[in-house]
Design a binder for this molecule. Structure first.
Ligand SMILES: [Zn+2]
Length: 104
């Protein structure tokens, strides 16, 4: 999956949670009345981003190398001159050749 798609999906999830929690908070004002409805909805607004971020971190971690929002795009890739295999650093993992050129 591309980084931009991942970010786009995270943004959509964030919007859904934002509007969802807004609706819930309005509902809570009706159900619980003034002080408790407000306190509960504030707690939700603080907790939701934390939960989303933790889920996102776990998902990003599953992709292994790179990880964060940056890093992955900045690493240089090489193309093997012997077998045209794309790889990162060192020698070609497919044929062991060290003949390579950088790919940007
Ligand atoms: Zn090779």
């Amino acid at each position: 999956m591309k980084q931009s798609e991942l970010l786009d999906r995270q943004y959509k999830t964030y919007l859904i949670f934002l509007f969802g929690s807004l609706a819930i908070s309005i509902g809570l004002q009706y159900l619980l009345g003034f002080p408790w409805g407000l306190i509960t909805s504030l707690a939700l607004f603080i907790l939701f981003p934390l939960i989303i971020r933790r889920r996102a971190m776990r998902r990003m971690g599953g992709y292994g190398e790179g990880g964060g929002f940056f890093g992955q795009s900045q690493s240089v890739k090489y193309i093997c001159l012997t077998c045209n295999n794309k790889y990162k650093g060192g020698a070609c993992p497919r044929c062991g050749s060290k003949m390579k050129r950088a790919d940007f």
